[in-house]
Structure formats: structure tokens, C-alpha cells
Design a protein around this ligand. Structure first.
Ligand SMILES: *Cc1c(COP(=O)(O)O)cnc(C)c1O
Length: 630
């Protein structure tokens, strides 16, 4: 895995140039260079980098691909798209999204009142807004307000109760008006078919959302009775996210297409659009043969256009406009989380740490000999011997025959032998070496929180591509597991023999080593949680100017400690006062010391909770702290 699977997941967004991974755009800066640039401004800890040009790429690819499919089949309906806000509502993302999508009449989808306010503010008049999810009277009223502002808004009925409220709100807003204005109305249908995979629950008969056929017929009558039938114009479905296989989509399209045609023939004359929801998958795989998607975007678009056309033709109705609400596909690639490696755990197994005695137990003497004399020719044999000796020595310790120093010497020597053996055997990809990897994996302590930045890894074991930002001209040899800095043992991306990750053997006390976590732009940010009170990392937008140079914009630093506590509704004035009084009233410091310590305390309170990277030659303060924590 020399390119860390970049050719599988990278979509030509990045290239490896010499020893670094670079942005495959404009002046092609390396991620490392951008990282250094931001860190030099004083921002340490993990960094979330956003690339608007990658949002633009996804949007234009989506539109162009559907336009091509329309042309191929001479399809008469239009293609429209909205971005579902729940996938990423962060302003640095949404502002960039609206900025790069201006020429597409790209709109937003809202699923809650707060999201609807974002949509009403950020969507240009005329571009579509769709509103899904459960709604109360206030939310429905907000949709009417948006319509009266001039927004092109469609409210999706998820159940009959909601329709009753819509009818009521319509009366309140439009009574006695000569030219009543209402939102367009869509209906979400409950499909028999559902998606597959871990996110498939949003479709299918047991889904939380949508109207059954019986309810649809009833809704039709209700709309007719209350003179709202001319507002019914969209059929909506969503079969779940990260659709790995195209087959369930085709089934859903046939179902939805026929419902569209049936309602239209029944008399829903204004019906003119089918909204296929999201679900378009992203290729997260880093490993050959483990791909997560079995179709291309063109195949997806062709299927949608072709099936809608076929149904419209056979039922003798107009070809509907097609709407998509793809979120993951649009947002995932735009951000990269960069996090510094703080420590390699086996680094504590250093030759310097050996405490050999005048006379050592024979097995330890033997380990020492193995370590000194290991050569490539005997590497495998010596490795076996060392592992065998270790088992015996650990048993001897349990039985009380050797002491703690002997045990420590055992651990150090075996680790040194393993490392040397891997290094000597690195040219060989033997199965045996692979089998040993579970035992000899290196633990990388990384300055980030998996709960905050990769919640779908924690909750759903979704894989995200990971790779170092440099040294890419060197073959990495350490089977790696990644530990975050939370005190929770679930914050570990363990080494997985089926999806192995190898990283470089580095000495963090005199060199920096950064890991990039890719495709983190969809869902991860807002689902991220403040476990251990690690907050959203420092973020920055990386834009390119006309000369192709990059600029760091819209830097937002991770929240400081006091803001984090304030968010939990702690009374931070009280905290501030209490800390101050404790120092002032302390009998363990003189006046000068008190002043100095107060200064230090305020400095710490103004910083975020991530660890400072261990720098060469410092007193390893952070190192000690992190150990305590783990
Ligand atoms: C979540 C959601 C989407 C987005 O799905 P993706 O898989 O991210 O494309 C679209 N529409 C609805 C109704 C949703 O709930």
C-alpha cells in the first residue's frame, strides 16, 4: 500500500509528489506546507482544512453528469439539486458551497427549524429549498413565510397529520387574500424497497418516514377538498445513505415513478417532479478489493433518467423534473483533518532504558545476544526465538523467579529485536510477517479525538482513509494502530489485518510526523461530540487566487477552555472568581509567585484543550500529561 490507496479513494484530488501528498490543483501545494503555514501562525493541535475547489468539483460533476444523461436519452424534464443541510451546516462550508454553486441554481434542504433559517438566509431567491422531516405548526408557518419572501420552497408531507396542519396554516396565512401564496407541496412515499448497508433505515416499509399507498390516496382527497391540489408537485423518497449497490435504487425509482404517474393520471395535474433523495456513495476504501461502491455517477444518472423516461412513456405522462439531495457525495471530499503524532509507544523501549545486571537470567542473556547478532539471514529465526523467550520470561515473572528489572529488560530487548527484524525483512512481504503484525503493531498517539472528528468510525466502524503527509518516498514498515488523546479506550483505530495500515518508524522527539484523515467533510463535524471536552478542531479554508497561489482564509480557532465550559452552562464568572481566590488565599505562595501563577493560569485558560505537540528538547511535559491520561 505505497500510495495508501490514493488511487482508489483519491478521485485525483491529491497527488504524491516526491515525498509529500499535494493538492492536485493550481500550484499544487503540499498538505504539509499548508499545515506548517498555519502552525507557524501559532495554531497547534489538530487542523481541519477545507477546500472549496473540491466542493465546486463535486457540484459541477453532478450537474454535468445529469446533463449528459439527459442529452443521451433526449430527456425533457429538468435536473435540479439541493444540498441537505444535515450533512454539514458549518458556516465555513455552507458559505463556500453557496459561493461556488452560483451558476447552478443549487439550493438547500432543511430538516429542522434552525436548518430552515439557514436555507431561507443562504439560498438565492429562485433556487429550490426543500423541507423534509417532522414538522410542527411553527415550522410549517416558517415555510409559508419563506414562500411569501419569494423563495422557491417545497414542503414535503411526511404524514397525514402534517397535511392537516398545512391546510390549517394555509387558511391562516391566505384567508381573505386576493393572490394567496403557498409553498409547493411534495409527498414522501413509503417504499417497499430499501437500501442496503449501515445507513439503509431511511427507506423501506418500516421506515420512520413517508406515506403508504392508502395514506397517499387519502392525502390526494384532502388536498383536492381544500383546493391545494394545484400545489402538489413533487414525489419524494430517500433510500438511505452510502448506497453501495445500485440495484435498490432502481427498484425504488420504479416504485416512485409509477406512483408519480398514477397520481398524475388521477388528476394531480401540477405534479411535475421526482426527488430521489440522497444516498450517492463515496469511495472511502483504502484497499484493493474492498471498494464500497459498485457503480459510477454516470451509471447512477443514466439509470435515473432512463427509468423515469420509460415509466412516463408507458403511462403516457410528462417526463418529470429530477431533483437530487445528495449530501455525502458533495461534502465528503472537501475537508482533510491533519493531526500531529505525539508519541510512538514502543519508543519507550529504547536501548538506553536497559538495566542489565552483572549476572542476568540466562534467557535474558540470550535475548541480548540475539539482539546484538541478528542479521537478515537469521532474522526470522531470531524473531521466533525472541518471542518464545518472552513468553517464558513473563511466566517466570508471574511465578516470582525474576524481578521487575528483568521483566523490563525482557520487554525492551524483545521490542528491539522485533523492530530490527522488521527492518531487515522489510523487502519481503511474507505471510508470516503479516501474521506477526497483530503482536508487533506500533501504537501512534495522535493529537485528535476520534469522538469529535470521526464519530462514524466510533459509532459505525466506518473506515476513513488515513495517511502520513510526508515520507511518501519511503516504504512504511510499522503495522500501526492509532490512538486518540481521549481517555477512552474506544478512541482507537486498531490495526486490522484485513485493512492494514503501515506507518513510518519515526522519532517524534526530533521530527514531526502528521497524519491526514481524508473524506471527513460529510456528517462527521456536526455528529462529533465533545467527549472528554475536546471540541471542534481549529479550521481554515484554503482558497486559490488567480496566480494559482493558495491563501489561508476564515481561520477559526478551536474553542478555549472557558468557552467549552460556558457551552455546558457552567457559570464561568464563578469559575474565574473561585480560581482567583484560591490563588490569592493560598498559604503556599508568596505575592510574587501568586502573580506569576495567575498569569500562567490565564494563559492556559485562553487555550484549547488539545495537547501541544512534543517538540524536540522540551522537557517532555506534554508527554507526561498524556501518559497520565492514558
Ligand atoms: C440525509 C438525507 C439526504 C442526504 O443523504 P446522502 O446519503 O448524504 O446523500 C438526502 N435526503 C434526505 C431526505 C435525507 O434525510
Amino acid at each position: 500500500m505505497k500510495d495508501f490507496g490514493l488511487h482508489i479513494w483519491g478521485d485525483e484530488n491529491f497527488i504524491i509528489d516526491g515525498d509529500t501528498i499535494n493538492i492536485n490543483h493550481a500550484s499544487q501545494p503540499s498538505l504539509l506546507q499548508i499545515t506548517h503555514n498555519i502552525r507557524e501562525k501559532g495554531y497547534k493541535g489538530p487542523l481541519l482544512l477545507r477546500f472549496p475547489h473540491l466542493i465546486e468539483k463535486q457540484i459541477s460533476t453532478l450537474f454535468q453528469t445529469f446533463e449528459k444523461a439527459k442529452k443521451t436519452f433526449a430527456y425533457k424534464g429538468d435536473f435540479h439539486a439541493v444540498f441537505p443541510l444535515k450533512v454539514n451546516q458549518f458556516p465555513n462550508f455552507i458559505n463556500a458551497l453557496m459561493d461556488v454553486s452560483q451558476s447552478y441554481q443549487y439550493g438547500l434542504e432543511a430538516g429542522s427549524k434552525a436548518e430552515l433559517i439557514i436555507a431561507m438566509t443562504k439560498t438565492p431567491l429562485g433556487a429550490p429549498i426543500t423541507v423534509n422531516g417532522f414538522k410542527d405548526k411553527e415550522m410549517i408557518s416558517l415555510c409559508f413565510i419563506a414562500a411569501k419572501m419569494g423563495h422557491n420552497i417545497t414542503i414535503t408531507i411526511e404524514g397525514l397529520g402534517e397535511l392537516e396542519t398545512i391546510i390549517q396554516v394555509n387558511k391562516e396565512f391566505n384567508q381573505n387574500l386576493e393572490s394567496p401564496i403557498s409553498p409547493k407541496i411534495g409527498v414522501r412515499i413509503r417504499l417497499h424497497s430499501s437500501g442496503i448497508g449501515i445507513w439503509a433505515k431511511s427507506g423501506g416499509y418500516s421506515s420512520k418516514f413517508g406515506l403508504t399507498s392508502t395514506e397517499l390516496l387519502e392525502a390526494y382527497e384532502m388536498l383536492k377538498k381544500h383546493h391545494l391540489l394545484e400545489h402538489l408537485w413533487m414525489i419524494h423518497f430517500h433510500i438511505g445513505s452510502q448506497m453501495s449497490d445500485i440495484a435498490p435504487l432502481k427498484k425504488a425509482l420504479r416504485e416512485a415513478g409509477n406512483i408519480y404517474a398514477e397520481l398524475k393520471k388521477r388528476g394531480a395535474n401540477a405534479l411535475g417532479a421526482i426527488n430521489i433523495g440522497g444516498g450517492l456513495a463515496v469511495e472511502y476504501s483504502q484497499h484493493e478489493g474492498k471498494q464500497e461502491r459498485n457503480y459510477s455517477l454516470q451509471e447512477f444518472a443514466n439509470d435515473v433518467v432512463f427509468l423515469m423516461q420509460e415509466i412516463a412513456k408507458s403511462k403516457g405522462v410528462e417526463e418529470p423534473d429530477i431533483f437530487t439531495e445528495s449530501g455525502r457525495y458533495i461534502a465528503a471530499s472537501h475537508s482533510v483533518l491533519v493531526a500531529p503524532v505525539l508519541e510512538l509507544f514502543s519508543q519507550e523501549y529504547h536501548e538506553k532504558g536497559l538495566r542489565l545486571k552483572e549476572t542476568n537470567p540466562p534467557l535474558i542473556e540470550e535475548l541480548h545476544d540475539l539482539y546484538r547478532s541478528i542479521t537478515r539471514k537469521h532474522a526470522r529465526e531470531y524473531l521466533h526465538d525472541a518471542l518464545d523467550h518472552m513468553e517464558s520470561l513473563l511466566t517466570l515473572f508471574d511465578l516470582g523467579y525474576i524481578d521487575l528489572e528483568d521483566r523490563s529488560n525482557t520487554e525492551i530487548l524483545v521490542n528491539l529485536i522485533i523492530k530490527k527484524a522488521i527492518w531487515l525483512l522489510k523487502a519481503e512481504d511474507t505471510d508470516e510477517l503479516k501474521k506477526l503484525q497483530d503482536r508487533i503493531q506500533e501504537k501512534y498517539l495522535v493529537n485528535f479525538s476520534a469522538f469529535q472528528s470521526l464519530p462514524d468510525f466510533w459509532g459505525l466502524t466506518q473506515h476513513f482513509p488515513v495517511m502520513p503527509l510526508d515520507r511518501l518516498d519511503e516504504k512504511p514498515t510499522n503495522p500501526a494502530s492509532i490512538w486518540d488523546i481521549t481517555c477512552d479506550s474506544d478512541g482507537e483505530l486498531g490495526f486490522n489485518r484485513d485493512l492494514p495500515l503501515y506507518l513510518h518508524d519515526i522519532d517524534v522527539s526530533d521530527e514531526e510526523y502528521f497524519l491526514g484523515f481524508f473524506l471527513t467533510g460529510a456528517y462527521q463535524e456536526v455528529l462529533g461530540m465533545k467527549h472528554n471536552l475536546f471540541t471542534h478542531p481549529t479550521e481554515a479554508v484554503i482558497a486559490f487566487d488567480e496566480q494559482d497561489n493558495y491563501r489561508v482564509e476564515h481561520l477559526i480557532e478551536a474553542q478555549n477552555l472557558m468557552d467549552v465550559l460556558d457551552d455546558l452552562d457552567y457559570d464561568t464568572n464563578l469559575i474565574d472568581k473561585r480560581l482567583k481566590t484560591r490563588i490569592e488565599e493560598s498559604k503556599h505562595m508568596n505575592q510574587e509567585e501568586k502573580r506569576e501563577i495567575l498569569g500562567k493560569l490565564y494563559l492556559y485558560l485562553s487555550e484549547n484543550s488539545y495537547l501541544k505537540t512534543i517538540q524536540a528538547n522540551n522537557e517532555n511535559k506534554t508527554k507526561d500529561n498524556s501518559r497520565e491520561c492514558i
